[in-house]
Ligand binder design. Structure first.
Ligand SMILES: [Mg+2]
Length: 355
């Protein structure tokens, strides 16, 4: 099954409502779609999300990396020789984790199609029933309360609430949401690097009374020592997100015990082959993983869901991105019933078409 061609195009979708974090606001998704064609006529699909403020990847850089670096490096290789394919890809250009993620998931889609099994089965087959949280964008308190109450009414039992602004206001936000949704709903918080370590400790300790499941990336991505200080100083579990890209990052975070949980995203890790390495290291250290995504269309969210379902060590999911789309151009792949995610029957990613 030799790689005959690699093509890129664009995939677009509007959002139901603007997505706002401490880092950015987006109203629609436009990603790079990758198709890998093999000499026996199979086509594998992948998708890369440009998230300039997190990965540094933008549409043009993703397309250039795929067409002018990765494509010549792996053209003609046998898809079944995955270790050789991924080594060539990872060595031909530094960073560019989103471009690599898209090519990686297209390779895994092809493997599933070749062996005629859904990808989560090929990767480990732990479960076919997974459940995502839902993101509550950072906004004025009334709007966040309204969004939270609606999410709970729609069946979600875990909210991922964006904080990381003015920390006094963040405490008001969480207090108001907890009072509105009651005690039965899990609230996990994502500060998106919004606080300095000492402020983070103060605000997390103040938030603890609102029964917080975990706090994600409280401090800047580069400040691993600061993250470790916060993790040691608070009893709420701390999760690394923007501080974790590669398996090397995971090794450092784990060996420093800088966090309690890892948030793996394919766009940061550079694909499933690296997500597997991160997850195995975490498991060996007794650390659970969450699988999340950027704002993405359903090709790459489906790939992340297959990886997440394949292993028992992924205990949390933040894969609501495709649920937040007002109009979804992808047919097949995962489907949502509120928070419940199910997989298409077909092999690989199970995607049947893109308009
Ligand atoms: Mg995050």
């Amino acid at each position: 099954m030799k790689i005959k061609d690699i093509r890129v195009s664009r995939i677009k979708a509007p959002l139901k409502k603007p997505f706002r974090t401490a880092l950015r606001e987006v109203n629609s998704v436009e990603d790079v779609l990758v198709e890998i064609e093999t000499d026996d006529g199979l086509v594998g699909l992948g998708e890369a999300a440009p998230t300039a403020v997190i990965t540094g990847d933008i549409l043009g850089s993703i397309e250039d990396a795929i067409l002018n670096y990765i494509r010549p490096a792996i053209l003609g290789m046998d898809v079944l020789d995955t270790d050789r394919v991924f080594l060539a890809m990872d060595k031909c250009i530094l960073h560019n984790s989103s471009a690599k993620a898209a090519v990686d998931m297209a390779v895994y889609d092809l493997l599933g199609k070749y062996y005629r099994v859904p990808l989560y089965k090929l990767l480990g087959g732990y479960t076919d029933r997974i459940k995502t949280d839902i993101t509550i964008s950072i906004n004025e308190i009334d709007e966040m309360v309204e969004d939270s109450v609606r999410a709970v009414r729609d069946g979600f039992d875990t909210l991922k609430t964006k904080v990381g602004g003015d920390y006094k206001k963040d405490i008001e936000r969480v207090k108001a949401i907890r009072e509105a949704v009651g005690p039965g709903v899990k609230i996990r918080l994502d500060a998106n690097q919004g606080w300095r370590p000492k402020d983070a400790v103060r605000v997390i300790n103040a938030l603890e009374r609102y029964d917080i499941e975990l706090i994600e990336q409280p401090v800047p991505a580069w400040d691993i020592d600061g993250l470790a200080d916060v993790t040691r100083a608070v009893s709420v579990p701390v999760m690394a997100d923007e501080a974790l890209f590669s398996p090397n990052d995971a090794l450092r975070l784990i060996s420093m015990r800088a966090c309690d949980i890892l948030n793996i995203k394919l766009m940061k890790a550079g694909g499933i082959h690296n997500a597997l390495k991160i997850n195995y290291m975490a498991e060996a250290a007794g650390i659970e993983c969450m699988v999340g995504s950027m704002m993405e269309c359903k090709v790459s969210v489906t790939a992340a869901a297959h990886f997440a379902a394949s292993t028992h060590n992924v205990t949390r999911l933040d894969l609501d991105a495709a649920y937040l789309l007002a109009d979804d151009p992808v047919a097949g792949g995962i489907s949502y019933d509120g928070p419940d995610i199910s997989f298409a029957e077909g092999p690989g990613l199970g995607i049947t078409g893109i308009r």
